[in-house]
Design a protein around this ligand. Structure first.
Ligand code: NI
Length: 149
């Protein structure tokens, strides 16, 4: 396990659409372990593969109730809305108001390829949406509420 460099805003990597992760192998496990080390060392609540330079569809989230690894995640349903401050490890020292769903259900695979579903509300819903956006090259600053820009 190791701490990896976090790609910062301005790098084109963060704007690319990631490809499906097809192999559930040792290499994936190693990157996921490194991503967890990197996220915890940086005091983050989520980290997506492109943020460590890997253009594949997976991310991790931990809002304080345990680590979730999501490979090829898809948002299946959204409910309600919430507005709140959001930040990103790729955009240091900046926080902005962003609107997100209050509740989301996500379908994903675990590191072994097994499909599971997870429902998150409030901060967990926000973190899931934020990290999944990264897999399509979308940053939270693209979604800042117009009246607070
Ligand atoms: Ni981010």
């Amino acid at each position: 396990m190791a701490i990896r460099n976090i790609v910062k805003i301005g790098d084109d990597i963060l704007r690319k659409k990631c490809r499906t992760q097809l192999d559930f192998d040792e290499r994936l496990a190693m990157i996921l372990d490194d991503m967890a080390d990197t996220m915890y060392a940086a005091d983050g609540v989520g980290l997506a593969a492109p943020q460590v330079g890997v253009l594949r569809r997976f991310c991790i989230v931990d809002v304080g109730d345990g680590l979730i690894e999501l490979i090829n995640p898809v948002i299946e349903s959204k409910e309600g809305t919430q507005c709140g401050q959001e930040g990103c490890l790729s955009i240091p020292d900046r926080y902005e108001e962003v609107e997100r769903p209050m509740k989301v259900t996500v379908r994903a695979q675990d590191r072994h390829g097994k499909v599971f579903r997870i429902t998150g509300e409030e901060l967990k819903a926000r973190a899931l949406c934020h990290e999944i956006d990264h897999l399509d090259g979308i940053m939270y600053i693209d979604k800042i509420k117009k009246n607070t820009k």
